[in-house]
Structures are given as structure tokens and as C-alpha cells.
Ligand binder design. Structure first.
Ligand code: NAP
Length: 216
């Protein structure tokens, strides 16, 4: 299975590309936005493709052609304003969903935010609410497609070493999770068709990632 990782140069993205490359039968196409980021992925044996999420839908569709699954783990990050939140976390995400449809790629895994309900938009501090709104509508766009989607809602991401142990359910207590374990949960979702059509929250826990995802 060839997987397009959107946001491959990000912190979760890099863990994910490595895990994909280390898994037999899986291969990563790493979507990055700068040519100078390509050598890292070539060294892993992955196929880099340089496309900016602010680019045209056609450019994103072209990058999506020939893969079997798309994972969206890009994000505008905390150091830009609501303008980039709109253009990357919402419009960028929607363009990749539409690209998957146009390219005939059925499988799509979205890395969302922990809580993207309407209530969460209302309750978020004003500095955070545009991001929650962007994620809310990107998730909603995906749910309204006929893609084989999975929406993963991770808790607060940390750079701690992965433990391989998580808690996963439709609703879990808010908590932290190492980025490496998020990457493992994405991989487990890609490998287990039972996650198609499901969405769930994940935080650090006490079940192996494989079992936590299998038991959803
Ligand atoms: P990250 O390290 O900030 O990585 C984001 C990636 O998106 C970067 O590689 C960045 O590219 C890429 N990107 C930004 N703008 C782009 C554009 N215009 N075109 C193409 N790529 C672009 O993110 P992370 O910490 O791994 O988070 C992964 C996901 O989890 C994100 O979707 C985030 O919203 C979500 N999330 C975060 C938290 C949290 O606690 N932080 C919690 C739940 C969910 P460059 O490398 O070139 O900058």
C-alpha cells in the first residue's frame, strides 16, 4: 500500500514516514513544501513530492495520483495567525480530500484535534477557536464524502519517546500523547480496515496501539 503523507516533514509526519518505510508492504510518498527537505525522505527510501498546500487543487491532485491512501497530518502550527489556519488547516485539508476523490483514492486518515465539536469551538479561548473551527469543518467535509475515512483526535502532543501504549475510544479523558504514538495509531488504522468510517480520541494509556485500535 502506497500512502501519501501530507505534512511529512512535520513532527508526527516524520515518525509516520519512518514507520511506514519500516513496515513490509507499505511505502510512503512524502508530501513536503521545500525541495531541500527531500533528501531526508529519499534516505529513508520514501518518495518525496514537493507541493504547497496553498497551491492549486490540480497540483495536489497530481501528487495524490497513484497512491492507495492519504494521511493528513499537516498544520499551520502555533506561530502563524488565523489567516494560515484558514488556508492550511481548513482549505488545505479540504483540497486534499477533494484530491483523493479526484484521483480515485478511497482511503483517507485525518489527524484532527482532540475535540472538534461545535461546543468546543464556542468554549475555546479566542486564540485557539479559529483552529478548532477549521478542524471542525475539515472533519465535517470528510464525513460527508464517500471516502473510506478514519478521523483520529489526539490529545496534547508531546515529543516524549513513544510508549506503544495508548487509550483509544470515541470519548476519553483529555490527556497527553507522544507524537510517536500518534504515528503508530495512524499506522495501525491504515492496517485495520475495521477503522473505516470511525473516529476516535487517543491519549497515552495502557493498551498496545494495535489492540487499542482493534478494540474500537
Ligand atoms: P507540525 O510539526 O507543526 O507539522 C506540520 C507540518 O505541516 C509541517 O511539516 C509543515 O511544513 C506542514 N505545512 C504547513 N504549512 C504547509 C503548507 N502550506 N504546505 C505544505 N505543508 C505545510 O505538526 P505536528 O505537531 O506533527 O502535528 C500533526 C497534526 O496534529 C497537525 O494536523 C495538528 O494540527 C494536529 N494536532 C496537534 C495537537 C497539538 O497538541 N499540537 C493536538 C492534536 C492534533 P514545514 O515542515 O515545511 O514547516
Amino acid at each position: 500500500m502506497k500512502v501519501l503523507v501530507v505534512g511529512a516533514n512535520g513532527q508526527v509526519g516524520k515518525h509516520l514516514v519512518k514507520k511506514i518505510q519500516d513496515t513490509e508492504g507499505l511505502q510512503a510518498k512524502a508530501m513536503i513544501r521545500k525541495e531541500e527537505q527531500a533528501s531526508y525522505f529519499k534516505d529513508l527510501g520514501a518518495e518525496p513530492v514537493v507541493v504547497d498546500l496553498e497551491g492549486t487543487p490540480d497540483e495536489i491532485t497530481k501528487a495524490t495520483e497513484g497512491v492507495d491512501a492519504v494521511v493528513f497530518t499537516a498544520g499551520s502550527g502555533p506561530n502563524t495567525g488565523p489567516d494560515k489556519t484558514m488556508l492550511i488547516d481548513l482549505d488545505g485539508a479540504v483540497k486534499t480530500i477533494e484530491a483523493a476523490k479526484s484521483a480515485g483514492v478511497k482511503r483517507y486518515v485525518m489527524i484532527s484535534s482532540f475535540d472538534t465539536t461545535r461546543e468546543a469551538i464556542q468554549e475555546a479561548p479566542s486564540s485557539f477557536s479559529p483552529y478548532v473551527a477549521a478542524k471542525h469543518y475539515a472533519d465535517d467535509w470528510l464525513r460527508r464524502t464517500d471516502l473510506d475515512y478514519t478521523i483520529i483526535h489526539p490529545g496534547m502532543l508531546t515529543n516524549d519517546e513513544g510508549t506503544g501504549q495508548i487509550e483509544a475510544a470515541e470519548k476519553v479523558e483529555r490527556g497527553e500523547i507522544p507524537r510517536e504514538d500518534v504515528a503508530s495509531a495512524i499506522l495501525a488504522s491504515l492496517q485495520q480496515e475495521s477503522t473505516i468510517g470511525k473516529e476516535f480520541q487517543i491519549v497515552g494509556g495502557s493498551k498496545s496501539v494495535h489492540d487499542a485500535v482493534k478494540d474500537l
